[in-house]
Write a protein that binds this ligand. Structure first.
Ligand SMILES: Nc1ncnc2c1ncn2[C@@H]1O[C@H](COP(=O)(O)OP(=O)(O)OP(=O)(O)O)[C@@H](O)[C@H]1O
Ligand SMILES: O=C(O)c1ccc[n+]([C@@H]2O[C@H](COP(=O)([O-])O)[C@@H](O)[C@H]2O)c1
Length: 214
């Protein structure tokens, strides 16, 4: 249970950045956040040689039923408490720019943060459904993508439609550190020790965040 909730403005704040930085964008519902999120972020941070990872706490995944989604402030507070790392920054900026679509978020951030190189990070389960995201080919043409292995999806992920369509742009894993220097489309699959945490499992065990409390 997170402590003090941020104000709406604080929860939606654009993190500070400097030109020349390489920043991983890790979007999620974080309902609730868990060690798997931290694990995937740290794998990407170190293997890709990123300066920071920004957790983008979504106002509501457009492909999920969000009726029982805890407030953005609640999820941001919990994510900040869990992340607890100098290079992981948590923001609900998508609520401020009024989008739930990753393509729009990336386009907005690229306009707003000149000189910053963004890389999209996602777990392998998300790669499996990536071809259902709005303008998914556009996303792949705007940012390099790193896919982090996840239990149950490690072998399925690369067989996903998006993985097949983008096969020619996949880098060998030993090139991961150079991903940020590749002009998109470019992506890499990062095999790593698997982390079995999931928000679904936590909610099922009664460890979800309270709904409707602010
Ligand atoms: N254990 C994990 N290992 C690797 N990636 C993960 C892990 N847990 C979540 N992710 C990734 O984190 C991002 C945000 O995921 P999300 O907040 O939906 O968590 P989740 O555990 O998948 O939630 P839910 O079970 O409600 O679908 C996604 O890209 C997802 O693939
Ligand atoms: O843009 C889309 O069409 C789209 C469709 C599904 C998911 N996403 C994003 O994918 C991220 C992961 O979502 P989730 O709920 O699986 O944690 C989060 O940032 C969502 O907004 C984006």
């Amino acid at each position: 249970m997170p402590g003090t909730l941020p104000t709406p403005a604080d929860a939606r704040r654009l993190p500070s950045f400097s030109p020349g930085m390489t920043i991983g964008l890790f979007g999620g519902s974080f309902n609730p956040p868990h060690e798997g999120h931290r694990h995937a972020s740290l794998v990407a941070l170190t293997r890709l040689g990123l300066d920071q990872v920004w957790w983008l706490v979504t106002p509501g995944n457009p492909l999920k039923d969000n009726q029982a989604l805890p407030s953005l402030e609640m999820r941001v507070a919990a994510a900040r408490q869990l992340a607890d790392h100098p290079r992981i920054v948590v923001t609900g900026i998508e609520a401020d720019i009024h989008t739930r679509y990753t393509y729009d978020t990336i386009a907005w951030l690229q306009r707003r943060c000149p000189g910053v190189t963004f890389v999209w990070i996602m777990g392998a389960d998300n790669l499996a459904g990536f071809h259902r995201w709005q303008h998914w080919r556009g996303i792949a043409s705007r940012v390099a993508i790193a896919v982090v292995a996840r239990p149950g999806a490690t072998t399925k992920g690369p067989l996903a439609k998006a993985a097949r369509v983008l096969a020619a742009f996949r880098l060998p894993e030993y090139e991961a550190r150079n991903l940020k220097r590749h002009r998109p489309p470019a992506w890499v699959f990062l095999h790593a020790p698997l982390d079995s945490n999931s928000s679904t499992a936590l909610r099922a065990r009664g460890h979800g965040l309270p709904v409707g409390e602010n």
